[in-house]
Design a protein around this ligand. Structure first.
Ligand code: NAD
Length: 286
């Protein structure tokens, strides 16, 4: 049998739909409606699109949603005040500030201001710390989504060699930390890594989050590896990932498509985090 026949496409779309269905059911039964506030600064088309996906999904599951749109030149003080108000707002259990923010805004200060109990993106330094300590309260949505996808295959992560390509605070670092917490052997690569392929071709689980279209070619992948593609970019008018899907699917045991892989899982995981925040704040058994 050729490798093509045994490669499984890991559909985030399908798993995310199941997660949303489950949340919808839980919310319908719940006495308290979970509430999410999404803050969008400026008019970056990609950010606007992500916020739209998040809004649609939270509406679908029956969450209360507040979308706060602010101009590109909003003063930092005003943004801080809005967050402080949301921290006290009883209807809101999760607060998300869509990144990136304009250059005049101090991002760490913004993230630090979000109440750690409402920090559904998991970027407040307190929550980053808890993830590093192996006892996370909130796992950043993309990392949680990747983790759920990997778990859905029933493979054992402990002892596997995981290569994380991309070292951002949003995706690469928390994802690497999550796999380390589960006893994988983890290497993190980034744009200054020498001989990237030397690492990737040894990986049992290869995760790429760079935004460089088709960075990962077949010769960089170990036969039978699981390949998780987080990247999204436009190439020749199409949305593509970091992985050269058509080549790599011939070699991988599992591979996520772009679109329809990690993207929908990120959104579904954000909703799960908001549900978890509601249970935490309202002291409800989860
Ligand atoms: P980022 O720009 O903050 O970080 C990119 C990382 O990739 C950096 O660590 C950089 O050193 C590394 N990198 C860049 N070029 C490289 C190369 N040639 N070789 C090796 N490493 C390289 O980006 P980010 O916010 O982490 O996002 C990464 C990608 O993932 C983007 O395409 C983004 O759109 C996508 N993303 C997708 C989701 C989703 O839900 N699907 C969520 C978040 C981000």
């Amino acid at each position: 049998m050729s490798q093509e026949h045994i490669t499984k496409i890991l559909s985030g779309k399908g798993l995310a739909a199941k997660i949303r269905q489950n949340l919808k059911y839980q919310i319908a039964k719940s006495k308290i409606q979970p509430g999410l506030a999404v803050i969008l600064v400026g008019q970056d088309p990609a950010s606007e699109m992500y916020v739209r996906f998040k809004s649609q999904a939270s509406n679908e599951v029956g969450m209360y949603l507040e979308t706060i749109e602010l101009p590109e030149d909003v003063r930092e003080k005003k943004l801080l005040k809005i967050i402080e108000k949301l921290n006290k707002n009883k209807k809101i259990h999760g607060i998300l500030v869509q990144l990136p923010l304009p250059a005049h805004i101090d991002v760490p200060l913004i993230l630090e201001t979000i109440d750690p109990m409402k920090d559904v993106d998991g970027f407040n330094p307190e929550n980053v710390g808890w993830l590093s300590a192996g006892a996370p309260e909130f796992i950043p949505a993309t990392t949680r989504g990747i983790w759920s996808l990997v778990q859905s295959t029933n493979i054992t992560v402990a002892g596997k060699y995981v290569v994380m390509v991309g070292a951002s605070n949003i995706v690469g670092k928390p994802t690497a930390q999550m796999f380390l917490n589960h006893e994988a052997t983890v290497t993190v690569c980034h744009k200054k890594t020498k001989d990237l392929a030397g690492f990737t071709k040894k990986a049992d689980i290869l995760i790429s989050a760079t935004g460089v279209p088709h960075l990962i070619k077949a010769h960089m992948v170990k036969p039978g590896a699981m390949v998780i593609d987080v990247g999204t970019a436009r190439l020749n008018g199409k949305t593509v990932g970091d992985v050269d899907f058509d080549q790599v699917k011939e070699k991988a045991s599992y591979i996520t498509p772009v679109p329809g892989g990690v993207g929908p899982m990120t959104v579904a995981s954000l909703l799960q985090n908001t549900w978890d925040a509601m249970c935490l704040i309202e002291d409800i058994e989860n």
